[in-house]
Design a protein around this ligand. Structure first.
Ligand code: NAD
Length: 495
């Protein structure tokens, strides 16, 4: 059994708190190692290292910073399989899913390679007589990045490339459940030429997080995780004067209109509901079947669910892996009884799917005739349970989505351009897919939901990421009239 240590100042640092958390291989159920959990004192020491490194890093020319990012990109491409293997071993998702996660993270590195362009300020000459104004964006200082278990590589890469390219130093506090990918990323950044101390990984639980939230030298906090924790992070961080973006949970709907391509919609529902065992903040967890599409759609989904191969993520035949822990698997499974007790129809019960061994597996489940007052509809289940809600009209579907407390992602399946256009305007959700099951925006855009899916006013990565990790400064300059200057210009002064 290995112990994962912190990574501070460019090298592994053993924990001193005496506290650790277990790491499992979710496909076998075996404990494979443990990770050190930082004390407040260890956080303070890591922040001090980051403060010193940041002072030098902010003066490194943009061209050099971009070169480091280009080298990071090359290393992530080269070591992509290694990253995917670590993700699958600790998270459980299939290797192809893990490789997809690395690829989406790579996009964010590529975006940050354009930092010399992204940091260009503005200039307005002659705003008054002899007066010019220009603006520049400067780094925030030391940034804390706190990430969830479900994308152990991609979510850190939503944050690190922009934060570092903008001249900040980072304390990354990954999920204690699968911290291996973050350590590999730290090693990759170091080998790519990032000075030691600019990127530090400190493991921990709420003790570490709560110290980061009040530490006077942490200037900004990027958080992704569940809604109650996101709210806590936002409220505590901002109360201590920090800039905070805190992305929370989700309950994503997929509306299917009667004119939709049924096969396309059913394929999309299955891949988006059960991919990564439903442990995605952009998973479809509710299909809203409008009008008479309900019965054929439920049947089309059922046929596909029956064929879904559940097994270890390392097995290329597996299409869905285990859940992250036994406790989470049992919690997700408990919703199947809750749904049935409340009157939902169990079309497929994932508990009947068995995989040999002690892995944290639960098969895909499908519940029909779910209503908005049921727990299975109201709670973020975060597992392979898809609920179908029936709606008589498009308007009814739209109204229930807009009434939901979450507003992360949504999708509409239709062939009707007018309906699609109305939907994209009227739906109160941050990220919308038309015939695309819950799209994660490409890196040139930014990622963020509305309402309880995001606290703060800044979305993640893309241009909003660059703004979040920098402070704007405006300089107003008055130039003396050249006629009054005593400097010899070497040519006749203008009249
Ligand atoms: P989580 O909220 O339990 O943990 C996220 C991070 O917060 C971890 O690093 C954890 O150590 C820390 N943490 C946990 N409890 C804490 C507490 N009480 N005080 C301070 N810090 C605490 O989330 P998770 O289970 O790791 O991830 C799944 C959740 O993340 C889901 O709700 C999912 O929807 C959400 N998520 C959202 C997005 C998004 O973009 N909106 C993306 C990925 C995941």
């Amino acid at each position: 059994m290995s112990t994962l240590q912190h990574f501070v100042g460019g090298r592994p640092l053993p924990g001193t708190s005496g506290r650790t958390a277990p790491i499992y291989n979710p496909a076998t159920g075996h404990r494979t190692g443990e990770v050190d959990l930082a004390s407040p004192e260890e956080i303070d020491a890591a922040v001090a290292v980051a403060v010193a490194a940041q002072r030098a890093w902010q003066d490194v020319p943009l061209a050099r910073r971009a070169q480091v990012l280009f080298s990071v990109r090359e290393a992530v491409v080269r070591r992509g399989d290694e990253l995917a293997a670590v993700i699958t071993a600790q998270h459980g998702k299939t290797l192809s899913d893990a490789a997809g996660e690395v690829q989406r993270g790579l996009e964010c590195i590529e975006f940050a390679c354009g930092i010399p362009d992204l940091l260009k300020g503005e200039f307005a000459p002659q705003v008054a007589s002899g007066v010019d104004v220009h603006s520049l964006r400067q780094p925030m200082g030391v940034v804390a990045c706190i990430t969830p278990f479900n994308f152990p590589c991609m979510v850190p890469l939503w944050m690190l490339p922009n934060a570092i390219a903008c001249g900040n130093a980072v304390i990354l506090k990954p999920s204690e459940r699968d911290p291996g990918a973050s350590l590999l990323l730290a090693e990759i950044f170091l080998e790519a030429g990032l000075p030691p101390g600019v990127l530090n990984v400190v493991h921990g639980d709420q003790v570490a997080v709560n110290r980061l939230l009040v530490h006077p030298d942490i200037a900004a906090v990027s958080f992704v995780g569940s809604t109650p924790v996101a709210k806590h992070i936002y409220e505590t961080g901002t109360a201590h004067g920090k800039r905070v973006q805190a992305l929370g949970g989700a309950k994503n709907h997929m509306v299917v209109l009667p004119d939709a391509d049924l096969n396309l919609a059913a394929d999309a529902a299955v891949s988006a509901a059960y991919g990564s065992a439903g442990e995605r903040c952009m998973a479809v967890s509710v299909v809203v079947a409008v009008g008479d599409v309900g019965d054929p759609l439920v049947e089309a989904i059922r046929l596909r669910v029956d064929k879904l191969v559940v097994g270890p993520g390392e097995d290329p035949a597996s299409e869905m892996g285990p859940l992250i822990t036994a406790e989470h698997r049992d919690r997700v499974a408990s919703y199947l009884d809750k749904g049935a007790d409340a009157g939902a129809i169990t079309v497929v019960d994932g508990r009947t799917t068995t995989v040999a061994g002690d892995g944290f597996f639960l098969g895909a489940s499908l519940l029909d005739r779910v209503t908005t007052d049921m727990d299975v509809y109201r709670d973020e289940i975060f597992g392979p349970v898809l609920c179908v809600v029936r709606a008589d009209t498009y308007n009814e579907a739209l109204a229930l989505i807009n009434a939901n407390p979450y507003g992360n992602g949504v999708a509409l399946f239709t062939r009707d351009g007018g309906a699609a256009r109305h939907f994209e305007q009227a739906v109160e959700v941050g990220m919308v897919g038309i015939n695309v099951p819950i799209p994660v925006p490409v890196a040139a855009f930014s990622f963020g939901g509305w309402r309880d899916s995001l606290f703060g006013d800044s979305h993640m990565y893309g241009a909003e990421g660059v703004r979040f990790y920098t402070r704007n400064k405006v300089i107003t300059t008055r130039w003396p009239d050249p006629a009054t200057s005593r400097v010899d210009l070497g040519f006749p002064r203008p009249d």
